[in-house]
Design a protein around this ligand. Sequence first.
Ligand SMILES: *[C@@H]1O[C@H](CO)[C@@H](O)[C@H](O)[C@H]1NC(C)=O
Ligand SMILES: *[C@@H]1O[C@H](CO)[C@@H](O)[C@H](O)[C@H]1NC(C)=O
Length: 399
Amino acid sequence: MWTEESGGGVQNPLVLLFSGFLDAILPVLQLRAVVGEIFLHELEREGFEDAFSSSTKNYEPPPIPPPITFHAKLLDHPDLPRWLRYIQRTPFQTGYLYGSATSKDIGKQTVEVTAYERYSYETVRQTMIISIVPSPDGEMPYQADFLVKNWNVEEVLPTDIQDLFRQAVDSMWEQEGLTVVNITSALDRGGRVPLPIENRKEGVYIKMGSKDPFTDCLTAAKSPDNLYRCKLEQQPVITCYDSFSPQFTIDWCNLTLIDLTKINTTETMLVYGDGVLEDGSEFNPPEDASDRSFFDDFLLTLLLPFLLGLLLCLLLAYIMCCRWEGVHKRDMKTSDIQMVHHHTIHDNTEELREMAETRDVPRPLSTLPMFNVRTGEMINPLQGSRYDSAQVPLILAQQ
Ligand SMILES: *[C@@H]1O[C@H](CO)[C@@H](O)[C@H](O)[C@H]1NC(C)=O
Ligand SMILES: *[C@@H]1O[C@H](CO)[C@@H](O)[C@H](O)[C@H]1NC(C)=O
């Protein structure tokens, strides 16, 4: 980005000139994200649209709202932080920044969003400072991950839909303080892009967290009986699932129940293999690596094809020199071949001539010369039958 620098340093005068009206900047936003809860920020087109139109006031506004796309990244970095994701279905829809921060992310992170107007290629920039704070209630020890098959991720992100889903879950997992922990598109977890048929959705994973243990209804999905049904690709039959809000089609076989109280006691520490570098360390190539001899490989890769080629060559040479049609004509030079050719023609002519001499019938008219090409003299083919022209040598030069 060539209009990047905003303060300090020597700037290209052109950049200064253009940045004045190309790069509108919206006021800085202060946002808050809580660890263990879904964070959501809507990039509403309207706010950016106004900023665009301020510099294009002289023009007629386009009949339809212009397409706007966004690019979000951590300030001075090429991409977003790991916990934060961005989605915008089409340039005519709202963009969303969403994600679930972990305790490692606590602190402040500055995200820079650039909005592009796709007709004029104007840009508007906005920075937002996200303060990530620990959850006052601590981590939710009981988490259930639902796969909702009939929604796309950006459709469940708006808070009213999140509330709707929370109420639906609440009907089977009754308690206070049910929170949405994480929302992930099924595509990010190995799902497939649906066929472009109406009403097919990508699907979305919604992870709910609670302090209260799972109800029997939820754990019933993991009973041996139901696991067996899932294996047969049948949906488990549990009465309380039927009362789940029909707006959400849940794949009950893909329900994941996470009980953090149990996981913590068994101390699941990540053990990295020796191929993973620690943060900030450098790779030091080993110095005591022994020399490897590649001579055998060299021989194999070079000699084998060479020998094969040689073998084929010899085979071909043998076929070409010794085995061709007419073994008696071996060792013939090109001129010899021409001679043979010539003699063949000559012999055949002689033979034809002999045949003609023994013939009594006159030559067919069509084969008689009508006139002599050299003298131009016309010859009547019928008068010419004084002598049997069949006895005239066919090839004069040969006689
Ligand atoms: C949220 O889901 C994403 C995608 O599955 C995952 O990478 C991330 O670690 C999850 N965050 C939390 C806090 O569970
Ligand atoms: C649902 O879970 C099954 C195994 O339990 C898995 O094979 C399948 O891929 C999952 N479906 C989705 C969309 O994740």
